[in-house]
Design a protein around this ligand. Structure first.
Ligand code: FAD
Length: 564
């Protein structure tokens, strides 16, 4: 990784005391499930005493949370099978995580699910209920099944609109809390740190199209900025998912971990030119089958769980089948569903397919894998503390050790709910200790570069293509090294520039994320979970560790997985 990535501390030059100043107790960066739940937690735990600011870089509905379809995994006493239990959910999570999950955090998240779901129901979250013989809702919550889960335990809402409903429920609750302010269109560029015996995060520098640059000073900052799917050409993530939070945490000196692991979703709707919209795994849970263009249902030959095998296995099997049959995509076949089931159970997807002229009752759905979920992130402990004092992280931006090397379906909304609550509660430790920052004379001096410029849009799209081709589902050492060189080249002409708008800052962040992911993938000379190295196709005990990287370090710090 080029030294430039570790040189510049901030993206732009500024003098903190000369910018407009805002003060709060807790700053939450991100307004998806993790950020909103964290804000509610601060408000409730402090009984309204603490001020909270929540920022979203675009509109609130531009988040991964809003687009989540399948649902939230939870073992509840009054839903699903009587034989299901926490131990089973823990075991499924650990199996999917390919020996890299940390058991204590898995247990914490699985066992806190009933509490987090019960409060959501109380706040008006309209989870779907089991219907009686006359199609009336009973009091029992409906659950679906997804790949890797031993039982049906996925709660959903409006069929496949779980994320939208969850976002709306949490937003309404957060807005009803005293002293919680939500700033949309507020792009956070960098975390501000002061150097002491250990660096401490004291807030962030932000940009708003109307108000320009501002400094938000905060006793505690919670990073809940979501994932980085946009670093790949094929992605299910909305445009906002450019990994800004991870990039700014790295620049601020926080440890980031397990970045080789990016989960690819096997089934995204494949129509050339259309965005890669997700076809939830729950469709396979309902009996949807993967077939190739000859009609062969090919999954049984790749895994005993066939269509319900873990996502990494299904994604690789699809690529293999596409290569073997010389095809650009395969199909998800739901023609055998009972009439009306697809439209009733997956209304949003059904509408989307019909808009593109595909009726799932009559034709198989063309699909292709896409980048979906960033498994690694800012390394945190079970209290959501990062390695930088005053900085906490939750949700997809964080790496708690829950997912290990691969995320079990529908565990991420649950993680956001549980760890968002934890982060909000923990973040109060500095507020209660009276650690509100006083504005300091923080100065970022950056000299103007004399190097010529590269076209921003071109760099963004070239980076995304090369990441998809060589840091995607199948990886290989030499190709990874070539990608690292290409990213270094783009970085030399991009990281030395000073941009004054979001597009430039996002490309700088994407280049850093691409470089970090590629470095971690090169280092991990084994195959595990979502990370598949053609040149090292098997897991290796020596790599049964989390790899933690920090600005300025050339080798990772290794931490063993706390498995059973
Ligand atoms: C299509 C799709 C379907 C999915 N389905 C499921 C599912 O069924 N079940 C499941 O468990 N998971 C699912 N996932 C994954 C899950 O939705 C996410 O992991 C989860 O919602 C992440 O929540 P979050 O709060 O961490 O981040 P997000 O919901 O992505 O929110 C990130 C927030 O950070 C803000 N932000 C980002 N950068 C900045 C910045 N620079 N400045 C200011 N604000 C910033 C954004 O504006 C946004 O408000 C799905 C994901 C996708 C994309």
């Amino acid at each position: 990784m080029h030294a430039l990535f570790d040189q510049r501390r901030y993206l732009i030059p500024f003098r903190a005391t000369l910018l407009p100043q805002i003060f709060t107790d807790v700053l939450v960066i991100g307004a998806g499930v993790a950020g909103l739940r964290a804000a509610i937690s601060v408000a409730e735990e402090s009984k309204g005493a603490a001020d909270v600011i929540v920022t979203a870089k675009g509109k609130l509905k531009e988040s991964n949370t809003y687009w989540a379809q399948g649902g939230v995994a939870a073992v509840l006493p009054d839903a699903g099978s009587d034989e299901d239990c926490f131990t089973s959910h823990v075991k499924d999570t650990m199996v999917a995580g390919a020996d890299l999950c940390d058991l204590p955090i898995v247990k914490l998240i699985v066992e806190n699910a009933p509490k987090r779901i019960a409060e959501l129901v109380q706040w008006g979250m309209p989870f779907d209920h089991v219907l009686d013989g006359s199609d009336h809702e009973t009091s029992r919550l409906a659950v679906g099944r997804e790949g890797g889960h031993s039982f049906a335990r996925i709660l959903h809402s409006d069929g496949d609109a779980t994320g939208k409903r969850l976002q709306m429920t949490l937003e309404a609750r957060a807005r009803a809390c005293e002293h919680v302010r939500i700033f949309d269109q507020c792009f956070v560029l960098d975390l501000i740190t002061v150097e002491g015996s250990t660096p401490r995060c004291v807030g962030a520098i932000t940009h708003h199209p109307r108000y320009g640059l501002q400094v938000i000073w905060a006793a505690s900052t919670i990073l809940a900025s979501g994932g980085a799917g946009q670093v790949y050409r094929e992605s299910t993530n909305p445009n906002v998912a450019t990994g800004d939070g991870l990039a700014m945490a790295y620049r601020a000196g926080a440890q980031v971990a397990d970045l080789a692991f990016m989960q690819f979703h096997p089934t995204t709707f494949y129509v050339a030119g259309a965005s890669r919209s997700l076809i939830t795994e729950a469709v396979r849970g309902e009996g949807g089958r993967l077939i190739d263009h000859t009609g062969e249902a090919f999954m049984p030959k790749y895994h005993e769980l066939a269509d319900l095998a873990p996502r990494d296995i299904v994604s690789r099997a699809i690529l293999q089948q596409m290569a073997d049959t010389n095809a650009s995509h395969v199909y998800l076949d739901c023609r055998h569903f009972e009439p009306g089931l697809f439209a009733r159970r997956f209304p949003s997807i059904h509408k989307h397919l019909i808009d593109f002229g595909v009726d799932p009752e009559k034709a198989p759905i063309p699909i292709h894998p896409s980048a979906h979920y960033m498994v690694g992130g800012v390394w945190t402990d079970e209290h959501a503390r990062s390695s930088v004092q005053g900085l906490y992280a939750a949700g997809e931006a964080s790496c708690t050790g829950l997912h290990g090397a691969n995320r079990l379906a529908s565990n991420s909304l649950l993680e956001g709910l549980v760890m968002g609550e934890v982060a909000g509660r923990t973040a109060l430790e500095l507020v209660e200790a009276g650690k509100s920052p006083v504005p300091s004379k923080i100065v970022s001096d950056i000299r103007l570069s004399e190097r010529s410029e590269l076209d921003l849009a071109d760099v963004r799209s070239s980076l995304r293509s090369v990441m998809w081709r060589h840091v995607g589902i199948n990886r290989q050492g030499e190709r990874l090294a070539e990608v690292a060189e290409m990213i270094d080249f783009w970085a030399r002409y991009n990281l030395d520039k000073i941009f004054d708008e979001r597009a430039g800052w996002e490309v700088q962040n994407l280049l850093l994320i691409g470089a970090l992911m590629t470095r971690s993938a090169m280092w991990r000379r084994e195959s595990r979970g979502t990370h598949y190295r053609i040149d090292h196709p098997l897991p290796d005990e020596d790599f049964k560790v989390h790899d933690l990287w920090q600005r300025g370090s050339h080798q990772p710090k290794l931490t063993p997985a706390l498995g059973a």
